[in-house]
Design a protein around this ligand. Structure first.
Ligand SMILES: NC(=O)c1ccc[n+]([C@@H]2O[C@H](COP(=O)([O-])OP(=O)(O)OC[C@H]3O[C@@H](n4cnc5c(N)ncnc54)[C@H](OP(=O)(O)O)[C@@H]3O)[C@@H](O)[C@H]2O)c1
Length: 314
């Protein structure tokens, strides 16, 4: 029987249960995927804990949006993929599972050389990093300050921004500085005195900044250092962005992503997968857990100090 991690009440990691689910059959436009790895994103536990509102629970709800696996069945009207294809799944409802059913538009082909874990680590983090950098027009001549450079979004952002020709300054605690250097960023320690440390590291100034840390410090320092506040964005403090006079994409922002922003996020998945398969993009897996230990994976993610990505292995 297939299994999925589900919850029927909001709360701590203990609400997550491994439950037997019925075998899936694809409805019109859908495909069934046998999951080989699922990505754990902070939004998964923010929804579980009702930190981000998601509507009342009426019964059991699945967890997770990102996965990689093998197509096992497709509806008769689907011709983009076929059983046996290896795919990356984005925006699923219940990716923490041994199998899932999803619209065919939510799967992208996984390059043969790309390991399952790395493939599952791509959708939300790479999509967000890519879209935010493109929306801010980050490119040659820019000096980017990325707050939380060692997180899963940050690691993609550093590599994409470097590839686009920008110089990158990224914050993390000192134990993660070597990793930031490996990715091509100049590391800066966050905390008291951050603005002065960034000024010392970037004497030419900062032209664009992104808060992926969700701290008041990240916003204040960005506003202090970047002259054009239209080139400051947050992916965590979206609820306050309008009042702060900065840009935001999801992360509590009442304004939904535009069709163009959604398209950029979707475009990032095959782009990142191809780069990673060619060895031109490094995807760090921090922790692997069996599917049944999803609660432990959430506890780990909730520390806020994971370097790289957490994946579940059904
Ligand atoms: N709006 C969106 O569409 C969207 C999409 C994806 C993610 N997000 C949000 O963006 C945030 C980052 O996501 P993620 O997946 O990258 O998270 P993550 O992997 O859990 O990020 C953890 C990293 O944050 C660093 N960090 C912790 N506190 C920090 C601070 N005060 N200043 C700078 N860095 C700090 C940690 O470095 P140290 O261990 O060195 O402290 C750690 O490496 C989350 O809040 C997530 O919910 C939003």
């Amino acid at each position: 029987m297939p299994f999925a991690i589900q919850y029927d009440r909001f709360g701590g990691p203990e609400v997550l249960e491994l439950r037997e689910i019925p075998y899936s059959t694809p409805g019109p436009g859908q495909v069934v995927v046998e999951v080989r790895a699922a990505g754990v994103n902070p939004i998964d536990w923010k929804l579980r804990a009702a930190i981000r509102p998601s509507g009342e629970l009426h019964g059991w709800r699945g967890v997770g949006t990102d996965a990689a696996g093998v197509v096992t069945a497709v509806a008769s009207d689907v011709d983009e993929v076929a059983p046996g294809d290896e795919v990356i799944v984005s925006d699923a409802k219940g990716a923490y599972a041994t199998e899932l059913v999803v619209g065919a538009g939510h799967v992208a082909r996984k390059p043969a050389g790309l390991p399952w874990e790395q493939a599952a680590a791509i959708p939300i983090p790479a999509g967000t990093a890519y879209q935010v950098l493109r929306s801010l027009g980050v490119g040659k001549g820019d000096t980017l300050l990325w707050h939380a450079g060692s997180g899963s979004v940050g690691q993609f952002a550093i590599q994409f921004a470097r590839a686009a020709g920008a110089e990158v300054f990224a914050t993390a605690s000192e134990r993660n500085h070597d990793r930031l250097r490996e990715l091509g960023a100049i590391p800066v320690t966050y905390g008291e005195g951050l603005a002065d440390r960034v000024r010392a590291a970037a004497p030419g100034g900062i032209t664009v900044a992104v808060d992926a840390a969700g701290t008041d410090e990240a916003i204040a320092v960005s506003k202090e250092l970047v002259a054009d506040h239209d080139r400051i964005g947050t992916i965590v403090q979206g609820a306050k962005a309008a009042e702060l006079g900065i840009r935001a994409w999801s992360g509590g922002n009442p304004v939904p992503l535009t069709a163009e922003e959604l398209a950029l996020r979707a475009e990032a998945v095959p782009y990142a997968a191809e780069l990673a398969a060619r060895g031109e993009l490094d995807i760090e897996i921090a922790h692997r857990y069996p599917l049944a230990e999803a609660a432990e994976a959430h506890r780990q993610s909730e520390t806020g100090h994971v370097r790289g990505k957490i994946v579940l292995l059904p």
